[in-house]
Design a protein around this ligand. Sequence first.
Ligand code: MG
Ligand code: ZN
Length: 214
Amino acid sequence: MEIKVLENILGANEQIARKNRELLDKNKVFCINMMASPGAGKTSFVLQTIKALKGKLKIGVIEGDISSSIDAETVAKEGVPVVQINTGGECHLEAIQVQTALNSLPLADIDLLFIENVGNLVCPAEFNLGEHIKVIIASVPEGDDKPYKYPLMFNIMNVLVLNKTDLLPYVKFNVDNFVKTIKNINAGAEIFKVSCTTGDGISEWTKWLKSRIK
Ligand code: MG
Ligand code: ZN
């Protein structure tokens, strides 16, 4: 019985996700669903990308948070359109919330839309939002065993960003093993190693991103 209910919820979500995707495609907006644990650096990564692509791509952001609007305020300072979704305690975004957010964004004036999902590596994996790619941000202090603990998330992603590489000298983290594990779980995933503190690796990411959008 419980399984049936979940299937219905996911089925309804999938239909709305498809509509979101149609709307994005119609407006030529490339959309990224960004997922990570709390504190991995999603907002910092959005900010670095905005700075690197200023004047090249028009960017918009949807900020999903359980209750605060701190991240949305930080991103809005960069002068890009931002919509905040407060999930009211829910630990993931659903397509219907994104549908509402899309309606209040100037889509015709946006080339690239980030959706910052709620910080959580479990259920956001089950809810498509209409995005073109799923990006996971992992960070060095979280340890190199994350892919084993959250196999679904690492299975469905298109891009993995390893953030906080500036901390590698201070933390036990085997990058080669980590990359090998990722390749075993998801051979097609693109992998970028960055530091949002120093800006290291951001240009490789934005170069790839621009090639995907054009
Ligand atoms: Mg954030
Ligand atoms: Zn959830």
